[in-house]
Write a protein that binds this ligand. Structure first.
Ligand code: ATP
Length: 371
């Protein structure tokens, strides 16, 4: 099965470690996003797989062929790796028509004319840009140019397609459209997509696997909803989801019973399938997704006061004060809440994650109830 493997890949720039001992397997035909804050090593990782950057150490295997090995002195050049690129500045050739831009790579490969024509027609149809075939790039909108750039990249049928923030030049509406387009293209081609973004929503909605990075280290490599539901640590918990997850610090006051004190007055029991091995006095962090906090008028787990209410029609983001702790809740529907009102909160939907405060790692999942 063709796939990409990174084995102990490290990249140093002088003494600075941009990517640290990265191990990952990118399965054939998957859509993997490299996600993380600016400077975390996403682009460097992509460029190393593509052959545009030389790793300091490690091994990279594409389709069972070693394309880089620091030990064996192997470094296959980018054009021999059977990969395609689509970067942020997708610069089309301005003096060539859309048709010619797409055909150019195939002409270089000396494809017969009729085959070039068939392939270009196929791509014009696939990207819905047939009507612009005779135009020049300057006569197209940003989104149309983007689609031509994608067609040009796909023309030679690369098995692996690398994309570095390809939608960042587009406005919000076009970005949404192009996301759907990219997802469709991924389904329709047999290619593996490796995609760099710092936009968590883009990563969540597009990919089959997310590789979340921080300071050159991989933090979590999992399907997007798993990252959302079961974040490996507080960093990944906080990086995905909007509004952000509520991370509430507490102390274990009874390890066996898994009793956690959040404030003087609020003690909750964390019930998990397997015992978490908590110890009394342990500092922990409770992760509460905003949509799992329900606001009630009746019997509830804890009391709170409404600090602000931001209705957007489809949902309302409510800021709450829970005994000095600020929380955000998302309530679905066109509701508004009165500021200053005393309400009850229940944490009844879904599973909650508990993290260790010191190393920030996920300790386990469970439900919350009154102690
Ligand atoms: P962004 O989202 O801002 O593009 P990124 O996650 O893609 O960030 P990289 O471009 O991979 O980050 O860079 C990782 C780190 O390596 C950064 O701290 C960057 O300053 C550093 N770096 C990248 N290229 C070089 C270079 N040629 N020389 C020295 N340092 C570099």
């Amino acid at each position: 099965m063709p796939k990409i493997e990174l084995r102990h890949v490290t990249k140093k720039f002088g003494k600075f470690i941009a990517v640290d001992d990265l191990n990952m397997v990118i399965e054939d035909r998957s859509f993997v996003t490299l996600l993380g804050p600016s400077g975390c090593g996403k682009t460097t990782t992509l460029r190393m797989i593509a052959g545009l950057e030389t790793p300091t150490e490690g091994e990279i295997v594409i389709n069972d062929r070693v394309v880089f090995s620091s030990l064996n002195g192997i470094d296959v050049p980018p054009d021999k790796r059977d990969v395609g690129f689509l970067f942020q500045n997708y610069a089309l050739w301005p003096h060539m028509t859309v048709y010619k831009n797409i055909a150019f790579g195939l002409e270089n490969l000396k494809w017969p004319k009729n085959q070039i024509n068939d392939r270009v027609q196929q791509l014009l149809d696939m990207l819905k840009i047939g009507e612009f075939a005779a135009r020049y790039p300057a006569e197209l909108s940003g989104g149309q140019q983007q689609r031509v750039a994608i067609a040009r990249t796909l023309a030679t049928g690369p098995k692996v397609l690398f994309m570095d923030e390809p939608l960042s030049n587009l406005d919000a509406k076009l970005r949404m459209e192009m996301r759907a387009e990219l997802k469709r293209l991924h389904r329709e081609t047999d290619s593996t997509f490796v995609y760099v973004t710092h936009d968590q929503l883009e990563a969540m909605t597009l990919s089959s696997m997310v590789c979340l990075m921080k300071n050159g280290y991989m933090q979590q490599y999992a399907p997007p909803l798993e990252v959302y539901r079961k974040p490996a640590n507080t960093f990944t918990a906080d990086f995905v989801g909007s509004p952000n997850i509520n991370l509430v610090e507490g102390t274990v006051i009874d390890g066996t019973e898994q009793m956690i004190r959040l404030t003087e007055g609020i003690v909750l029991q964390f019930t998990s399938e397997k015992t978490l091995g908590l110890h009394t006095g342990q500092a922990v962090v409770l992760g509460l997704r905003p949509e799992h906090i329900s606001i009630t008028e009746h019997a509830s787990l804890v009391d709170a006061t409404i600090l602000s209410s931001l209705p957007s029609g489809m949902e309302t983001i409510v800021a709450l004060d829970m005994d000095g702790i600020r929380l955000h809740s998302v309530v679905f529907g066109d509701l508004d809440f009165e500021v200053g009102k005393h309400v009850g909160l229940s944490f009844s939907q879904g599973l909650f994650n508990l993290f260790d405060k010191v190393d920030s790692n996920n300790l386990g999942q469970g439900t919350l109830s009154k102690a």
